[in-house]
Design a protein. Structure first.
Length: 101
């Protein structure tokens, strides 16, 4: 059986028989895609949709969770060390809540 664990609203973990996969949620707006006018004329749905995209392949759950924490750190818009630490503590709390539930 494979994993399918939502860590928070942005990341989830899945797996196959070889690795743990980190997936990130993306909102896809079909109206911004190339060729939208043609698809719209064919009756395509313009509603934005959620997609989970594979962003990292890890050897185990611990490495996957550490990867998520590192991504939060690298993509943070914090302007002070205390803001960054608050964001990191928040993601660690979210991860801990998933692990203990």
């Amino acid at each position: 059986m494979s994993l399918n664990i939502e860590v928070n609203s942005e990341f989830k973990l899945t797996s196959d028989s070889y690795q743990v996969i980190v997936n990130r949620k993306h909102i896809v707006d079909p109206t911004k895609a190339p060729g939208w006018a043609k698809r719209q004329a064919e009756g395509a749905d313009p509603t934005p949709r959620e997609e989970w995209r594979e962003v990292a392949y890890c050897r185990d759950v611990e490495q996957a969770l550490n990867w998520i924490v590192r991504q939060v750190q690298l993509t943070s818009s914090a302007e002070t060390i205390s803001e960054l630490l608050d964001e990191l503590q928040a993601i660690r709390r979210e991860i801990k809540a998933v692990l203990t539930s």
